[in-house]
Design a protein around this ligand. Structure first.
Ligand SMILES: NC(=O)c1ccc[n+]([C@@H]2O[C@H](COP(=O)([O-])OP(=O)(O)OC[C@H]3O[C@@H](n4cnc5c(N)ncnc54)[C@H](O)[C@@H]3O)[C@@H](O)[C@H]2O)c1
Ligand SMILES: [Zn+2]
Ligand SMILES: [Zn+2]
Length: 341
């Protein structure tokens, strides 16, 4: 079968590899659509924390089951599905608390022992598989994974007030965090981005106020909007040197700053804001199974995410798909690769 492999930094090749064997407790999926994610860019550029070239791209997927292992009980051939793409070691402190996202021995697609989803077929253990309702297109099913990231980020918020949230960065993750904030009942949602296209998208998805840090003084505008108080929580969903300071400057006293962006370079942070205003800082790493289940439920209940899909390319053009997201060559939110139309 064909797979898209990052053979060395910035180089993708379509290679012929063996179809993975379906284990006893696994299903084999004929892949329909896969998503390009920021972490695929890290693999592509050779800056990922644990995915290193050569490796097959991808962890966002939707497709149809074509084979089930002997031990599989919940699925059958023909089921339309998506996959929660991580497997915990099952033994560690975090796995025992259902925090697979924090397991240091976890397996993920594109790491040794599991192929990546940019492949014609993909194998997955039954417990990681979720059914898609008949009315959910495969491409929307592919967005359940990044939606789970947004849901998890919102689930990490401890403050009780749901008055105003700011989301800094309105790419796929920022926008899906906006969707999750909307679902969680935040009354006012402020979104920022440097691209007008993304700001328009945020507005369309229910942002109350959109701001561009290139043109707007974010601190001033947010303070104005909140009558000087500041937001209850700010989520950092973009990678920029000033962004954590920006977040802490707009949060109210005893509010929270959450970081979902993977900022791989060290950036300077003004700690004084955190102390002076007693602001709590948290990180949000992928999702817990409950977040993924919630994302699947929302999509299966008809949550419409179709606006977020801005480009569709065939598997052969995987490198171009990565370039579009990486260089922002076009107006872009989510780039999908259609492995099989
Ligand atoms: N924590 C996790 O589990 C997890 C999961 C997926 C992605 N991520 C990370 O989240 C971040 C966002 O991912 P994405 O897929 O949405 O990426 P993306 O590139 O699609 O979105 C980033 C957005 O930020 C905007 N931006 C750039 N500079 C900005 C600034 N100074 N202020 C406001 N906006 C700015 C860009 O225009 C873009 O729209 C990345 O760092 C990614 O690695 C984290
Ligand atoms: Zn992803
Ligand atoms: Zn573990």
């Amino acid at each position: 079968m064909k797979s898209a492999v990052v053979v060395e930094p910035n180089k993708v090749e379509i290679q012929n590899i063996d179809i993975p064997k379906t284990g006893d407790n696994e299903v084999l999926i004929k892949v329909k659509t896969v998503g390009v994610c920021g972490s695929d860019l890290h693999l592509f550029h050779g800056t990922h924390a644990f995915r290193n070239p050569p490796a097959i791209l991808g962890h966002e997927i939707a497709g149809e089951i074509v084979e089930v292992g002997e031990g599989v009980t919940k699925f059958k051939v023909g089921d339309r599905v998506t996959v929660e793409p991580h497997i915990g070691c099952g033994e560690c402190e975090y796995c025992k608390k259902d925090l697979l996202n924090l397991c240091t021995g976890k397996k993920a697609p594109g790491t040794p022992g599991w192929i990546g989803t940019f492949s014609e077929y993909f194998n997955a253990p039954e417990q990681t598989v979720y059914k898609l309702e008949d009315n959910v297109p495969y491409e929307i099913g592919t967005l359940i994974e990044p939606l789970a990231v947004g849901i998890h980020a919102i689930s990490r918020i401890a403050v009780q007030e749901r008055d105003t949230i700011a989301i800094l960065g309105s790419g796929t993750i920022g926008l899906l965090t906006l969707v999750a904030a909307r679902e969680a009942g935040f009354k006012n949602i402020i979104c920022t981005d440097t691209q007008q296209f993304n700001l328009d998208m945020a507005e369309k998805q229910g942002a109350t106020l959109v701001l561009n840090p290139i043109k707007d003084n974010i601190e001033e505008k947010v303070k104005e909007f909140t009558n000087g108080r500041g937001v209850d929580v700010a989520i950092v969903a973009a990678d920029a040197p000033v962004i954590v300071d920006q977040a802490s400057s707009i949060v109210r006293k005893r509010g929270e700053v959450g970081i979902v962006a993977m900022i791989t370079e060290q950036i300077p942070v003004n700690t004084y804001n955190f102390v002076f205003n007693e602001i709590n800082l948290f990180g949000a790493m992928t999702y817990e199974t409950k977040d993924f289940a919630k994302a699947a439920e929302l999509v299966n209940n008809g949550l419409d995410l179709s606006d977020f899909i801005t480009q569709r390319l065939p598997l052969e053009e995987s490198q171009e798909a990565l370039d579009i997201l990486s260089k922002k060559k076009e107006n872009v939110v989510k780039v999908l690769v259609e492995v099989e139309k």
